[in-house]
Design a protein. Structure first.
Lengths: 328, 362
């Protein structure tokens, strides 16, 4: 009896282990196929995490998520992080607690966004990232991954405007440029790089200062004013987001430099282009929201979707005006 | 007959530097250093840009000084800026002429201040909590009313407040100068001004001495609300857009720091408007200077922090050692070390002398 018990215990343990392994051995796409329970309900819940709603860009995106999501039969829940990474992470965790089907994440900042992706991975909830690129290094370090990234081709946007500058001024004209950017965000850095690389084709063009506008028109107004004072020879300002452009335009006008300094930017909402505000690149955030939802629907249906969708930008020049929702 | 006593009176010349001298010296040193580093910094036009950029924080510091003097604090000023700006923009959008819209927006800002003061005094809520709560309300109102949209201002007369000139100087600079002079005279020369200091210095004694605590408390918070409203009008006028997130960045913190750096005590009863203004200008100078000399944005907050730390340490040292001679050499200097002039020592002449020779008495 005793001597028989041990082998039978061992045997059942081995059988149990084998059984576990058999259950657990994943096929190649088990992670992709295994969706949260909510996805099979009549009206799946999609969580949308946005940084703020004071930038017209996100207002347009939010409206599109709500409208298009409802049209597709989803229950859209929007969480606004008020520009705080930790806020966004707690909101994502709250989505996980609510058991949502999927999450569309527009990270507040590129680095900390990886933590939100990781948390969603752990819960088995598919993640689509939009607009703000989540840092690939941080994703790798945390063994996190998302399904798809939808956004503008940031580098191309900066490059297109840079080329526009050279077209307006000439390929060998002396150009002294100042940049209003936000070094904490990968997309804006990509735009700046695209712009700098494009104008560097002109040997007489140089960027004398890059200043942080914190994607806030008030800050941009002040720092642009300081930059114009510090470098009176600046004749081109590159503002890599809409709010930066709003502040920069006011700074140029208020210092009486509308005749000597030209502003090139990612479009400010509802602002017509003038001789001073020479060209801008517009994104269509409403479009990105629509693409995310359409591809999400495909993914939930079992079709594979591309790893990234880069949308081209629309360029506007003097005399034109971007339409509503066409913002930088 | 005894000789008339000789009287030696110590000279009443007491050479004392004003309280604000320390922080003013720090300001001068920083301005000189930046001027040496960058020729662009030491131009008049940069001076105006610097002052106009710093005008909102300076207005907030002025209002905050009033509240700090009574031992309170106002955390709602930043949100009040957003509320005032959006209110003005909405009123102009509704068709009101800009002066009326501006005045009504200012009234709303002052009303928020009155609410702060009333909550703090009548409900006995700590000022920190009361103003923290109203900050949340004031932040939400513009977001709710506008749906988080920015409201463009099309009435170009409104631009005068933030972009125009008054008597040759930029309007915001003139407005803050007028406000500071008025406030300084008010605090020094009126009864209510003295009551404000009394309330902060010793609340119980002030109450027992007959200071109307309710009126004084509500007044200082109303002043703070009014100043925040002025800041909101200036910020909105400079952008020509009513932006719901205006003033929710560093403005609140820098304005409190400006007042404290300028010598206004967080515990109340000590400080002057001049000190707060010098502190605000110091912060504006450092912020502008960092950008003009092209310091990378990552370093800016470090530099601002270090300058404020050194400045306040120097000022604190100076105040605690003010009874020691500032300048060595000479009797006058030694006498200036004493906190109060010596009273003249006179021995009264004997009574018999007075009766016999009245002309001898000095």
């Amino acid at each position: 009896m005793k001597t028989l018990a041990v082998p039978s215990a061992l045997t059942s343990a081995c059988l149990f282990a084998v059984g576990l392994v058999a259950l657990d051995s994943p096929g190649a796409n088990a992670a992709a196929v295994k969706l949260p329970a909510n996805c099979s309900s009549a009206k799946p819940t999609i969580g949308v995490a946005l940084p703020n709603t004071v930038n017209p860009y996100y207002i347009s995106m939010q409206d599109s998520f709500n409208k298009h999501g409802t049209a597709l039969g989803y229950d859209i829940k929007v969480a606004i992080a008020n520009d705080s990474d930790s806020n966004q992470l707690s909101q994502v965790e709250s989505f996980i607690q609510q058991g949502v089907c999927a999450v569309a994440l527009n990270a507040v900042n590129s680095g900390p966004g990886a933590a939100s992706v990781h948390a969603l991975n752990q819960a088995g909830i598919p993640v689509f990232t939009v607009n703000v690129i989540v840092s690939a290094d941080d994703l790798k370090a945390q063994h996190a991954s998302f399904v798809e990234y939808v956004g503008a081709d940031q580098v191309a946007g900066g490059a297109q405007i840079g080329e526009r500058v050279l077209k307006d001024r000439g390929n060998s004209a002396k150009i002294v440029a100042g940049i209003i950017g936000d070094p904490d965000q990968i997309p804006t850095n990509q735009r700046d790089k695209g712009f700098s690389d494009a104008i560097s084709k002109n040997p007489n063009a140089k960027v004398v200062q890059t200043i942080n506008g914190k994607v806030d028109p008030n800050v941009s107004l002040q720092v642009a004013g300081d930059m114009l004072q510090g470098h009176p020879d600046i004749d081109v300002i590159w503002a890599d987001t809409g709010p930066h452009a709003v502040g920069a335009l006011q700074a140029i006008n208020q210092q009486g430099k509308a005749g000597t300094v030209k502003l090139y930017a990612f479009c400010a909402a509802d602002t017509a282009l003038t001789a001073t505000y020479a060209a801008c690149a517009a994104q269509e955030p409403a479009d990105y929201a629509r693409i995310v939802l359409d591809n999400l629907k495909k993914y939930l249906g079992g079709t594979s979707v591309p790893a990234q969708v880069l949308q081209p930008l629309k360029i506007f020049v003097t005399g034109q005006k971007p339409g509503p929702g066409e913002v930088g | 007959m005894l000789p008339a006593p000789t009287v030696r009176v110590a000279p009443l010349r007491v050479r004392r530097l004003p309280e604000e001298a320390g922080i003013f010296a720090v300001l001068v040193v920083v301005v000189l250093a930046l001027s040496l580093i960058s020729p662009s910094f030491r131009t008049v036009s940069n001076g105006f840009v610097l002052l106009v950029n710093g005008s909102v924080i300076t207005f907030l510091a002025l209002g905050q000084a009033f509240v700090l003097l009574t031992g309170g604090i106002d955390l709602s000023t930043g949100a009040n800026i957003a509320m005032t700006g959006v209110t003005a923009a909405l009123l102009m959008q509704a068709g009101l002429p800009w002066p009326l819209a501006a005045l009504l927006a200012l009234a709303a800002a002052t009303l928020l201040g009155v609410i702060n003061g009333s909550l703090t005094h009548f409900l006995r809520i700590p000022a920190f909590i009361a103003t923290f709560s109203t900050q949340g309300v004031a932040l939400a109102i513009p977001l709710i009313v506008t749906g988080a949209q920015s409201i463009s201002v099309h009435d170009y007369g409104f631009a005068w407040i933030g972009q125009g000139r008054l008597l040759g100087l930029p309007t915001p600079v003139m407005l803050i100068a007028l406000a500071a002079v008025t406030a300084g005279l008010f605090l020094r020369s009126t009864r209510l001004g003295v009551h404000i200091y009394a309330l902060g210095g010793n609340r119980a004694a002030a109450r027992l001495a007959g200071v109307n605590v309710a009126r004084t408390t509500v007044f200082v918070y109303a002043v703070s609300g009014f100043c925040a409203g002025m800041g909101g009008l200036i910020a909105t006028s400079r952008l020509m857009v009513g932006f719901p997130a205006t003033g929710t960045g560093n403005e609140l913190f820098y304005s409190i720091a400006a007042a404290v750096v300028g010598g206004v005590s967080l515990f109340g009863g000590v400080g002057t408007v001049l000190g707060a203004m010098i502190g605000a200008v110091l912060i504006a100078v450092v912020s502008n200077g960092m950008n003009v000399i092209n310091v990378q944005s990552y370093w800016q907050s470090l530099v601002i922090g270090v300058i404020i730390l050194i400045g306040v340490t120097f000022d604190t040292y100076r105040r605690s050692h003010k009874d020691k001679p500032v300048l060595r050499g000479g009797r006058a200097a030694d006498n200036s070390a004493r906190p109060a002039p010596r009273a003249p020592v006179v021995s009264p002449p004997p009574i018999s002398e007075n009766l016999v020779e009245p002309s001898n008495s000095p």
